[in-house]
Design a protein around this ligand. Structure first.
Ligand code: PLP
Length: 407
């Protein structure tokens, strides 16, 4: 391959395997990034391959990097104001990778994180991840109300954690943290701040710009937005953390595939439009729910009754997210009647899609916590979480009203 040679005329079986492949990229630049389905890359000479391995520049193997995935990583890094981002096969893989990277002392290779301070209100599987993969291997994990800066400061002083983990906005109670205030306190205490910003999205807030060290997204949710793919991404504020993520990502091996990367990348092009619409509709849904007699408590940062309403209004520039949670009056049978009565809100366990969705955290996202720990965290058995889609708001209200009237 290193010099021009006449190609022999290969036999059919050989030519079927090789003909047409490995031509130079076209001079014209495609307007959208193609899906690169190659699992490996070759260089014209062994010396160049050796050089690529030695410098880390250039593609070598798809678990190390892929141009479609790199395009997504660049898009997320730009959206979050990050030094770099690394994509993973799911949001959980991204969280796992981010926790390991955040616990890596500066310049060294990764041990286990020893001490983690986590918000009490987290996606159920995140709590289970902390406990089954970290506490079980000797780490200490403590939970506190990290929306309360005084409580956060006390816990930081008491625990001296390496890592503080929160969700912005939290799932399922939709609590809002003061990221700038918490980041300053983490920095003073020598802890890294990791924000799972799946629910806020970079449209509402960019935590790295407020001092957080790492941001995680379940790209399955708003970034992809169409209910057709699973993925995750971590964005890092420093080059050091980005390099750590990239190095460890090769070993964790949960690389995002190029098809999924393209779907997330395409989804992100309409992220701002979708989220603006979903926030506006969710505000209408929350206001409607407060008027219905079958509804007990409504959790939505846009309501003045929400504990962090003023903070959220300033932090998210008047938008409050696309999720609304509420407690339904009545027993388990009433809950069944309500969910079964919905036509547009799909009873599926995800959020952030163009479709409206309904879920009961006690049965789905927070099932594994068990009733006692749910109660401790304020997650009632009759809590309903709505993810508002992009359908006509009038139809969504009719759907909710019809189902609530069946309760
Ligand atoms: N983080 C949050 C806030 C979530 O709601 C979820 C999933 O629901 C995850 C992380 C996990 O993401 P994935 O399902 O893509 O692994």
């Amino acid at each position: 391959m290193s010099e021009e040679r006449d190609e022999p005329v290969w036999r059919l079986e050989t030519s079927l395997v090789h003909a047409g492949e490995r031509v130079a990229a076209p001079r014209a630049i495609p307007t959208t990034t193609p899906i690169y389905t190659t699992s490996t890359y070759l260089y014209p000479t062994l010396a160049e391959l050796d050089q690529a391995f030695a410098t880390g520049e250039g593609y070598l193997y798809a678990r190390y990097g892929n141009p479609t995935v790199a395009a997504l990583e660049a898009a997320v890094a730009a959206a979050e104001g990050a030094r770099g981002a690394v994509a993973y096969a799911s949001g959980m893989a991204a969280l796992h990778a981010a926790i390991l990277a955040a616990a890596t002392p500066r310049g060294e290779t990764a041990p286990q994180p020893r001490t983690i301070l986590a918000a009490r209100d987290l996606y159920g599987a995140t709590t289970v991840l902390l406990e089954e993969l970290f506490v079980a291997r000797g780490a200490t994990v403590a939970y506190a109300d990290l929306c309360d800066l005084d409580a956060a400061e006390a816990a930081l002083a008491d625990l001296r954690p390496e890592l503080v983990l929160i969700e912005q906005i939290s799932n399922p109670l939709l609590r809002v943290a003061d990221v700038a205030g918490l980041a300053a306190r983490c920095r003073a205490a020598g802890a890294r701040l990791l924000v799972d910003s799946t629910l806020a999205t970079p449209v509402l807030q960019q935590p790295l710009r407020l001092g957080a060290d790492l941001v995680v997204h379940s790209a399955t949710k708003y970034l992809a937005g169409h209910g057709d793919t699973v993925g995750g991404v971590v964005a890092a504020r420093s080059s050091l953390l980005h390099a750590t993520l990239a190095r460890q990502g090769r070993l964790l091996g949960a690389a995002l595939g190029p098809f999924e990367a393209q779907q997330v990348l395409r989804g992100m092009k309409t992220l701002a439009l979708r989220v603006e619409r979903q926030c506006a509709s969710a505000a209408r849904v929350a206001a409607f729910l407060t008027t219905h007699p079958a509804v007990a408590n409504v959790y939505y940062p846009g309501l003045t009754s929400h504990a962090q309403h003023t903070l959220a209004a300033a932090a998210f520039a008047g938008r409050f997210g696309g999720l609304v949670s509420f407690e339904l009056r009545g027993d388990a049978a009433a809950l069944q009647r309500f969910v079964n009565g919905l036509r547009l809100f799909l009873p599926a366990t995800t959020l952030g899609d163009i479709y409206s969705l309904v879920s009961v955290p006690a049965l789905a996202s927070h099932r594994d916590l068990g009733p006692a720990r749910r109660a401790e965290r304020g997650i009632a058995e009759n809590l309903v979480r709505l993810s508002v889609g992009i359908e006509a708001i009038e139809d969504l209200i009719i759907d909710l009203e019809t189902a609530l009237n069946m309760v």
